[in-house]
Structure formats: structure tokens, C-alpha cells
Ligand binder design. Structure first.
Ligand code: PEP
Length: 252
């Protein structure tokens, strides 16, 4: 089954609002002829509104990098799903390994965010992936199973149509080390198998699983040529219009 490739840029804590506009302008002119790849950019919260405005006349869609699970209240420093929707977001990244590593997020808190995002009409990109230690201890499959099961607990088969998964081995994020296409495909096939077990073959064959971890113009085509790799979540290389578009073109 042909799944529409989705390439998302996770800008992390980079780019001021003015820099965001400059990068978006660079992306927009280069993306005009691209129609068969879904393109997503995820700037910081303070740039979302101006990014939404700037992207109105383009095929690039907007995502956020995180959100809290309550809709409003006394939660200083947090941002809610309705706020992201109102700001123009279609997607939201949830459970990124940096959130898990530095901000104490767990499968349980990721799951609460997943429920809220879907209830409010946001499409979550749920990140999972093992650390180097876990891979070396042969615990990769166990960790992926725990993250998939925990993060998706209580999510229905119908809701899965709006879910994107991102397999991001922690040892490959921002390190310049990329999983080989075979390593990535093996993990993706395993994740798809977990989805099949939980939701059946139709949901499993439709769900898009992105690879993330030092994706660059030079390795994107080979990774994306694998059967189970349906896109990429790109950090560093998404901060430059030329290299992000080169990755998107590799996906075409
Ligand atoms: C990421 O942060 O999701 C990521 C994959 O980063 P990088 O591409 O820089 O490794």
C-alpha cells in the first residue's frame, strides 16, 4: 500500500521569529513544485502564529514541538492543544527523546498528551527509540514495545488514522551517526508489527513511520527507499532551506 511520505522539520530551540520568517521564505520558493510529499515544519511556540500566516499560500503545514494535556488552567509555562490549533498547527511532536531525557516525560505523560491532541484535532507525531545502552544490551525491541504500547494506550483504531510515529534511535539524534537503512527498516518493521498486533493489518499498513536521527541530503534517499520508512523527522538539516528541500526532493 502506498503511504504518502511525510518529511517534518523539528527546529528545536532554534530561530527567532524574524529568522523563522527568513527560513520559511527560503523554503516556500524552493517548495513550489513539490506536491507528492507532505511537508511539515515545527518552529518554536513564539513563532507559530507568524509561521502560520507566512505558510497560508504554500503546501507546507505547521506543527508544534510539544504541548500539555490540559486545555487551560494554572500551569505556568505550558501550552495547550486548543492554543496550538488556534495558532494554525496541524501536527504536534510528542514524546521526543529530548523531552523524555531532559524534561522527565514518560510513556504515561506522552499518552495523556496523545489523547488530548487527538481529541482537539491535532495530529501527533509520536517519537520512540532506544538509547545506545539499550541497543547494546539487546533491549531495543523491548523498549520499542513498551513505548508503543504505553504511548498508544487507549487510542482507538479510528484515531490511528491521524497518528504518525517517528522511530528515532537516541544514539543517532544530533550525533552525525545514522542508523543504516537496514537497521532502521528492521526497527520500523518491528513497530509496524506491534501496530498490526494491536489494531490489525489495515491500520498497520496505513500508518506512517518516520525515521529520525541525523537525516541529511546525502543519506535520505537510501533510508526512504526502504519499504517500512514513510518519511523523516529532521533536526539539524531542517534549519537550512537548501538541505531541508534536498531531503524532501530525495523523498519525491
Ligand atoms: C530530531 O531532533 O528529531 C532529530 C532527528 O535531530 P537530528 O536530525 O539533528 O539528528
Amino acid at each position: 500500500m502506498a503511504r504518502r511520505i511525510i518529511i517534518a522539520g523539528n527546529w528545536k530551540m532554534h530561530k527567532t521569529p524574524a529568522e523563522t520568517l527568513r527560513l520559511l521564505n527560503g523554503l516556500k520558493v524552493r517548495a513550489v513544485n513539490i506536491s507528492n510529499v507532505e511537508m511539515v515544519v515545527c518552529p518554536t511556540f513564539v513563532s507559530l502564529t507568524i509561521a502560520a500566516e507566512a505558510l497560508k499560500d504554500s503546501r507546507i503545514v505547521l506543527g508544534a514541538q510539544n504541548m500539555f494535556w490540559e486545555t487551560e488552567g494554572a500551569y505556568t509555562g505550558e501550552i495547550s492543544a486548543p492554543m496550538l490549533k488556534d495558532a494554525g498547527c496541524t501536527y504536534v511532536i510528542l514524546g521526543h527523546s529530548e523531552r523524555r531525557q531532559y524534561f522527565g516525560e514518560t510513556d504515561e505523560t506522552v499518552n495523556k498528551r496523545m489523547h488530548r491532541a487527538l481529541a482537539e484535532g491535532l495530529k501527533p507525531i509520536m517519537c520512540i527509540g532506544e538509547t545506545l545502552q539499550e541497543r547494546e544490551d539487546n533491549r531495543m525491541f523491548e523498549v520499542l514495545e513498551r513505548q508503543v504500547t504505553g504511548g498508544l494506550a487507549g487510542i482507538s483504531a479510528g484515531q490511528m488514522a491521524d497518528v504518525v510515529l517517528a522511530y528515532e534511535p537516541v544514539w543517532a539524534i544530533g550525533t552525525g551517526k545514522t542508523a543504516t537503512p537496514e537497521q532502521a527498516d528492521e526497527a520500523h518493521a518491528y513497530i509496524r508489527g506491534l501496530i498490526a498486533k494491536a489494531y490489525g493489518d489495515t491500520v498497520a499498513s496505513a500508518i506512517r513511520i518516520q525515521y529520525g536521527g541525523s537525516v541529511k541530503p546525502g543519506n535520505a534517499a537510501e533510508l526512504l527507499s526502504k519499504d517500512n520508512i514513510d518519511g523523516a523527522l529532521v533536526g539539524g538539516a531542517s534549519l537550512d532551506a537548501e538541505s531541508f528541500i534536498a531531503i524532501i526532493k530525495a523523498a519525491e
